[in-house]
Design a protein around this ligand. Structure first.
Ligand code: FMN
Ligand code: ADP
Length: 309
């Protein structure tokens, strides 16, 4: 898949394309349906191109990074991604007119609940109108729903900020995940018997409800480990900022500087301000027991050891 960074005008291209338009934060099930529809409607010679925009979600509130998006489009089978870097001061009408001038668009696809800005306007109608004026057919897909609820990035952000990870997962079609680089912390974790990798470079992602989560960590060498995650402010150790840390079960090794992806399955409990480190450690041990019970790995290691012996 090609990625084209658009700083001013979209570069001219005569390739026939089906253009899918969206904001794409999180690439949830509704987004997947849009790209699937484009693939279904594109004829053999037409390419599926995705148009997306930077700067439309508030910093620190995103479900996905730029790299996550590219990865999602690639997996979904898109041929090209146009990433518009400076569209904030344009109207959706201008964006569409410019795209039609630069590209050989055979069809446009958009969700009925596409919102260009914070207003309640149905901007899919503006895209339909631009299509009519320029003889480009427009397919407007009804919003995807679950349990009667519209699947929207803003709803998923709210679910995550309240710790409803299973509901978020049902809308995303996969667990919520963040990718970052392991950075150094105060190195207290190992003294407590619970080393925790600290996720760096995650400032763009939405903050989770402060608490302890069950998840999985994918390491950059393709191995994965179940993990307990602490996301929050660590009041017990007078933490001063939001941090995401992961204690990998049954793992030892040096992960500093490595890129890792953390997938969140379930919120286990809220963050507590313990009176001291002993109480924190006691609770961490209980968290680990609970995690092992949920995962069914209470005695896996013991069994493996006895098999080897
Ligand atoms: C399973 C688990 C549960 C945790 N629960 C809490 C908590 O309830 N309250 C809190 O202040 N910190 C909690 N933490 C964060 C610890 O305070 C933090 O991991 C510890 O200070 C070590 O930090 P370091 O990795 O920077 O050395 C938890 C961490 C883990 C791994
Ligand atoms: N089971 C494990 N889970 C997480 N990190 C581990 C584990 N075993 C070893 N480590 C290593 O230890 C580091 C975390 O130890 P910790 O004492 O909490 O230091 P820091 O405060 O710098 O994160 C991780 O970054 C990783 O390199």
């Amino acid at each position: 898949m090609d990625t084209i960074e658009v700083t001013s005008a979209i570069p001219q291209s005569s390739d026939p394309v089906v253009l899918v338009i969206g904001k794409w934060d999180g690439f949830h099930k509704g987004h997947q349906q849009l790209v699937d529809k484009a693939k279904q409607l594109a004829s053999y010679e037409e390419r599926v191109s995705v148009l997306g925009f930077a700067g439309h979600s508030r910093p620190g509130c995103a479900l996905s990074s730029y790299e996550d998006r590219i990865h999602a489009f690639k997996s979904a089978g898109a041929d090209r991604y146009y990433h518009m870097n400076s569209s904030e001061n344009q109207t959706i009408e201008e964006v569409i007119e410019n795209s039609i001038r630069s590209l050989n668009i055979k069809r446009m696809i958009i969700s009925e609940d596409f919102h260009w800005d914070e207003t309640d306007m149905k901007h899919s109608e503006a895209v339909e109108e631009a299509g009519r004026k320029n003889d480009v057919p427009v397919t407007v897909l009804p919003s995807a729903t679950i349990h009667g609820l519209t699947i929207q990035s803003s709803t998923i952000r709210t679910l995550i900020s309240k710790g409803h990870m299973e509901a978020a997962q049902s809308m995303l079609g996969r667990p919520f995940e963040i990718t970052g680089i392991v950075e150094k912390g105060e190195q207290l974790g190992r003294q407590l018997g619970f080393p925790t990798l600290n996720m760096g470079d995650i400032q763009d992602y939405v903050e989770l409800r402060p608490g302890v989560y069950l998840g999985i960590v994918d390491l950059s060498d393709d191995s994965s480990y179940y993990t307990l995650v602490s996301a929050g402010y660590r009041p017990t150790v007078n933490g001063d900022s939001y941090k995401v840390e992961a204690y990998l079960l049954d793992f030892s090794g040096d992960l500093y500087g490595r890129q890792v992806t953390l997938k969140f399955f379930r919120h286990l409990r809220d963050e507590v301000n313990f009176e001291g480190l002993d109480a924190l450690v006691e609770q961490m041990k209980m968290d680990e027991l609970e995690a092992r019970k949920i995962l069914g790995i209470t005695d896996t290691l013991e069994k493996e050891k006895s098999n080897m012996g």
